[in-house]
Write a new protein. Structure first.
Length: 187
C-alpha cells in the first residue's frame, strides 16, 4: 500500500483553482470541463507554486527551502554525473568525479556524501535528495550488496550522516521533478 500523501492542483478556464489531497475530489472538480488542468505534487507548496505560475504544464517548480540539494543521473554520455546545489540550483561542489563504471545509485550516494559534507562544513541543517534507496537505507549503513567500492562509500556516508544528525541536521526525501539539483537526463 502506498503511504505517500499527494496534493492535486486543479485549475479551470473560468479562473477557479485549488488544491486537494485526494484524486477523487480533484477529478470531480475538473471532469467534463473544457480547458481544465490538474497536476499531482508531493508537497502543497509546490502545487501552489504551479497554480501561481498560471497552471502551465511547461513550468517547472522547485523546492525553495534553504538547504543543500543533491542528485545523480546517467545520460548525456560520460557515465554517471552528480550535482550538489542550493535551492536556486547553484552548484555548491564542483568537479566531483564519479567514474564511468558506477551506477546511478552509486552516484546518488556519492552526491549525498558530498551534500552532507558541505552542509556540515557550512553549518547548514537540511539536506534534500530524491533517492529513497540512499536516504532510507544506504546513508544509514543498510545494504544488501557485495560491491566493495559501494560498501565502502555506504560506510563513509553513514558515518557522516550520524555526525550531521547529531548536530541537528535533517536528511529529507523530495520529489525528483522538483529537485533544484536535478540533472534533467529523464523526461
Amino acid at each position: 500500500m502506498n503511504n505517500k500523501v499527494y496534493f492535486y492542483a486543479w485549475a479551470l478556464s473560468d479562473g477557479k483553482k485549488g488544491i486537494t489531497d485526494n484524486w477523487i475530489d480533484c477529478y470531480n472538480r475538473i471532469a467534463g470541463k473544457k480547458g481544465a488542468k490538474n497536476k499531482r505534487f508531493l508537497a502543497r507548496e509546490l502545487a501552489q507554486k504551479w497554480l501561481d505560475s498560471g497552471a502551465d504544464y511547461k513550468t517547472k517548480v522547485f523546492y525553495d527551502e534553504d538547504g543543500v540539494y543533491f542528485d545523480s543521473g546517467t545520460g548525456g554520455g560520460g557515465g554517471v554525473k552528480i550535482r550538489v546545489t542550493d535551492k536556486n540550483g547553484k552548484d555548491l561542489v564542483k568537479n566531483i568525479a564519479v567514474g564511468k563504471h558506477n551506477t546511478n545509485n552509486f552516484g546518488e550516494l556519492k552526491a549525498c556524501y558530498y551534500a552532507l559534507d558541505y552542509a556540515l562544513k557550512k553549518g547548514i541543517k537540511k539536506v534534500f535528495g530524491d533517492s529513497r534507496l540512499v536516504i532510507d537505507f544506504w546513508s544509514k549503513g543498510i545494504a544488501r550488496i557485495d560491491d566493495p567500492e559501494t560498501l565502502a562509500l555506504i560506510a563513509q556516508a553513514a558515518k557522516l550522516r550520524i555526525k550531521f544528525e547529531q548536530q541537528g541536521g535533517k536528511l529529507k526525501l523530495i520529489s525528483g521533478g522538483a529537485n533544484p539539483a536535478d540533472l534533467g537526463f529523464h523526461k
